[in-house]
Design a protein around this ligand. Structure first.
Ligand code: NG6
Ligand code: CA
Length: 522
């Protein structure tokens, strides 16, 4: 006869089962949540070339921490920014739209208004809908405010208005005024008794510049441009006056941005977070902390790359120490390709030695050739992404749709493609094509081919000494057999040119007069 359990036994059995079930539910929900809502960190270097990362090109510069991401995750060999300069690439990364659709998406001055329409979806806005805490730390360069800015008051139209819960940024670049940090909506350290003023057209009367007082340039001298106000012994672009208590120390910048990033991770480790860690290296002026000065043997450019690499290592250490390394997707990339002389005498050219920042690609920053936009591109997620090299064509513009797919959000139609499976290493299939941009000139990458339409202008940028991609002839290269873009096949394969022009027109629309030769903006 079946024993009838007494109440205590019945109760304890049922409770055990209920408890086990709840425990199972809790663990699986937690595991599900972790898989579907990992922390996401985008580490975004400024002007770092395809060959500057040793995992891409073993050379004279060693980047062991970035290599950890490359060797423990996916190293994309066809990873692109949309543009060969900063502002447009960042716009595309955050909004998922081709930047050349916005006529104002050019390298912005430090007092430019916010470029992102606050009604648009952005990566952080989308992630917030899935419960993420979001932050941007580092270089912004997407504008602030919406007209004349009073830097001494609360700033409107800051990163906090386009989806970031927290921001600690520089407004534009290290070589542009104002040379101050901005935390959320306030200039850090500004005092009422010494307000700061900024002007890009006209100097403030009686204020020194690099031209009137060259002796102020104790740390670096300008080579081209960069001859306006001088701060920290370095001449900049634009005029500024006052704000002495708020002005940054360039050599400490790397540590400041790292510390803010580590604090954000620390404060948000118990919930999903998105951190856009926008490194300022190796953009000019290159000012390594004394800990790194002289360490690369390549002058400041090499030194600040080592400094940036060290920062990546500190982020990895922190994630491990907090026990969230297996729950964090890290993407590492760069906003555009490399440049050596970008306006200062800093020995980047003289001390380069055998190092090849472009890693065998043609051109560099500002270029329509591959080195302008094909950049280091890594995806790392310990325990989830299997180490591999992927030749899938991926673009930073694809983060919006791909991250949305990861966290289960719907996003409006943009130019961003859902390449989540490529970013997780589950497929080597990426985009079939991509329009790349440099200073309002466009080129078209499709499959293994790239077609550069004819453009007016210098073949080589005079001061920076980079091949821009301008030619009066169409250019066509097969990147599979000719990665260095040495053999122009346009004349021998006019059918391919025609097909690519037609495909490009489908995307670009009537922005260009394709009947003009060279091409003209309409
Ligand atoms: C150029 C600057 C260059 C750099 C670049 C923007 C001069 C002569 N050159 O105009 O130094 O600041 O703009 O770089 O001023 S980016 O990476 O932010 O796009
Ligand atoms: Ca840049």
């Amino acid at each position: 006869m079946k024993k009838i359990p007494d109440f205590a036994e019945y109760y304890s059995n049922t409770m055990n089962k209920t408890f086990s079930f709840l425990l199972f539910l809790f663990i699986s929900t937690f595991a599900f949540a972790q898989k579907n809502k990992p922390n996401i960190i985008v580490i975004y270097a400024d002007d770092l070339g395809y060959g500057d990362v040793s995992a891409y090109k073993k050379g004279t510069l060693s980047t062991p921490n970035i290599d950890k991401l490359a060797n423990g995750g996916i190293r994309f060999t066809n990873g692109y920014s949309t543009s060969a300069t900063c502002t447009p690439s960042r716009l595309a990364l955050l909004t998922g739209n081709y930047p050349w659709k916005n006529d104002k998406a050019k390298v912005l001055p430090g007092d430019a208004p916010l470029l992102i329409d606050t009604s648009l979806i952005t990566v952080p806005k989308m992630l917030k809908k899935s419960g993420y805490q979001t932050a941007v730390v580092g270089k912004w360069h997407l504008g602030i405010g919406k007209g004349a800015i009073d830097w001494n008051k609360e700033l409107s139209f800051s990163p906090n208005d386009v989806g970031f819960d927290y921001s600690y940024i520089m407004a534009a670049t290290t070589d542009r005024v104002p040379t101050v940090y901005i935390e959320n909506r306030k200039v850090v350290g500004i005092e009422e008794s010494d307000p700061i003023f900024v002007n890009y057209d006209k100097n403030f009367s009686g204020e020194p510049t690099a031209l009137t007082n060259p002796e102020l340039m104790t740390r670096q001298k300008w080579h081209h441009g960069h001859n306006y106000s001088v701060h920290f012994g370095i001449p900049r672009i634009g005029y500024q006056k006052g704000g002495k208590t708020a002005l940054w120390n360039d050599e400490e910048m790397s540590d400041v941005f790292l510390e803010k990033s580590l604090n954000f991770i620390e404060n948000n480790k118990k919930q999903p977070f998105f951190l856009f860690y926008a490194l300022h290296q190796p953009h000019v002026p290159r000012t390594p902390h004394p800990r790194f000065a002289g360490k690369s043997g390549m002058g400041p450019r090499g030194d600040v790359i080592l400094e940036a690499d060290w920062c990546v290592g500190e982020i990895l250490k922190k994630l491990e120490a907090e026990g969230i390394d297996k729950n964090t997707l890290i993407i590492f990339s760069s906003d555009n390709g490399p440049v050596l002389n970008d306006g200062y005498y800093d020995e980047a050219v003289e001390k380069l030695g055998n190092h090849t920042p472009a890693g065998g690609l043609r051109g560099g920053k500002y270029s329509l050739y591959e080195a302008g936009t094909r950049v280091p591109f890594l995806a790392y997620w310990k325990g989830t992404i299997k180490p591999q090299v992927s030749d899938a064509m991926v673009c930073q513009m694809d983060f919006l749709s791909s991250f949305a797919a990861l966290v289960g959000q719907q996003v409006p139609l943009t130019d961003s493609q859902n390449l989540l499976n490529a970013f997780l290493g589950k497929t080597k299939k990426g985009r079939s094509n991509l329009v790349i941009e440099s200073s309002t000139r466009l080129a078209f990458r499709s499959g293994d081919w790239v077609m550069i339409p004819p453009y007016k202008g210098a073949a080589v940028a005079k001061e920076v000494n980079v091949e821009l991609g301008n030619s009066i002839d169409y250019q066509l290269y097969n990147l599979k057999s000719d990665l260095g873009e040495k053999n122009n096949l346009a004349k021998s394969n006019p059918k391919k040119v025609e097909q690519m022009v037609n495909d490009m027109k489908q995307i670009v629309g009537d922005k260009y007069n394709f009947n003009a030769h060279p091409l003209e903006l309409k």
